[in-house]
Ligand binder design. Structure first.
Ligand SMILES: Cc1cc2nc3c(=O)[nH]c(=O)nc-3n(C[C@H](O)[C@H](O)[C@H](O)COP(=O)(O)OP(=O)(O)OC[C@H]3O[C@@H](n4cnc5c(N)ncnc54)[C@H](O)[C@@H]3O)c2cc1C
Length: 322
């Protein structure tokens, strides 16, 4: 029997959708391990996030300390590892976001635990399925250490529904914080009113065929009409057309929105690995033979210069008629 310590990411609006996917995994793991879910909320000034977490977990541990206001794996990992031991966790999990992927290997190392990374399914107490080869095959991994660290993939676990009653919130001491010489310098975040790429219901992505960053403005207009997040292929981000954190794919973000637009993207296997789980895929490409059309539900063979403005005009007309 063992508990599941679920590291929860949050924003000013409460728990991130990615954290809710982690809590769904945590509930499944807790059932398999005969323990309970303990949500972990860490940072500086996090009482609001802790109250939000209490809607989803029977227990919430809160580490509220000003020096933890900015995430650093060096300062967070020892606290997560200590709390896992103190609270009888046999599973420690964080969603496979950039933070989760950064944090959890350090936690695993401190706990001498095996890690199951980027998993899509829990198959038993210690057995996990994880997609490999750009999602073209699944491997089954079994971890034999007493504590197991896991990063579940957000797109493979539905957001956890709220529990009927609020969980108990307990303050946990941060203890001695040693950043091992690392310091927080600054966060270069893109400020945007658009939804987070990982959480968005609609994503509009552009590729190398957009030719330059200026041309992405037409995609941004489409995205704003649809309340969508912006994404891009690696060719577009590597060329500096758009910010690197827009990259969708094997080495970028994995997304599974309700609607995904792939504009001037060829559909290389590494791009498909990040978006083929989308419910509906619309591809706009001038070359009908591109692989993107093999995964698209709707394909438009056209130059984006013509197709996207027409699409925008039609959406505006529809909106005006309502
Ligand atoms: C280890 C590794 C990891 C990788 N990880 C990623 C990843 O995470 N994400 C990712 O995206 N890629 C990744 N890649 C790169 C990937 O292999 C492709 O090179 C990349 O996805 C291509 O991007 P693209 O489709 O924008 O460009 P291209 O393949 O060059 O395609 C451009 C498309 O634009 C179309 N086009 C051109 N002009 C127009 C027009 N006027 N109107 C309409 N269509 C037009 C063309 O027909 C073409 O289909 C990775 C590669 C490796 C080796």
């Amino acid at each position: 029997m063992g508990n599941v310590l679920a590291f929860c990411e949050f924003s000013d609006d409460g728990l991130r959708t990615s954290a809710l996917a982690n809590l769904t995994f945590a509930r499944q793991a807790a059932q398999a391990h005969g323990g309970e879910v303990i949500a972990l909320v860490m940072g500086g000034g996090v009482q609001g996030a802790a109250a939000a977490a209490a809607k989803y977990a029977p227990k919430v541990l809160v580490v509220d300390e000003p020096t933890l206001a900015h995430y650093l794996a060096e300062t967070y990992a020892p606290i997560v590892a200590r709390l896992a031991k103190e609270h009888g966790a046999t599973v420690v999990c964080a969603t496979a976001t950039s933070v989760g992927k950064d944090l959890m290997p350090r936690v695993a190392s401190l706990l001498d635990a095996g890690q199951a990374s980027d998993i899509s399914k829990l198959e038993g107490k210690d057995t996990f399925v994880r997609p490999i080869l750009s999602g073209n095959a699944n491997s089954t991994v079994q971890i034999s250490t007493p504590i197991i660290c896991v990063t579940p993939r957000q797109t493979e676990f539905e957001p956890a529904p709220e529990l009927g009653a609020a969980g108990a919130v307990t303050a946990a001491p941060a203890g001695t914080i040693d950043a091992l010489g690392a310091t927080f310098d600054r966060l270069d975040a893109q400020k945007s009113d658009r939804p987070d790429l990982g959480d968005a219901k609609v994503v509009v992505s552009g590729g190398r065929g957009m030719k330059n960053g200026e041309n992405f403005k037409v995609l941004e207009e489409l995205a704003d009409l649809l309340g969508a997040a912006m994404g891009a292929s690696r060719a577009a981000t590597d060329a500096g057309m758009v910010p690197a954190d827009w990259q969708v794919g094997q080495t970028g973000k994995i997304v599974a929105p309700k609607l995904y637009f792939a504009v001037a993207i060829s559909g290389a296997i590494q791009h498909l690995a990040g978006m083929k789980g989308s419910k509906t895929i619309v591809a706009i490409n001038k070359n009908k033979d591109e692989p993107i059309f093999q995964v698209a539900d709707y394909g438009i063979v056209a130059d984006w210069e013509k197709a996207v403005p027409e699409l925008i005009a039609e959406i505006k007309k529809l909106k005006a008629s309502r």
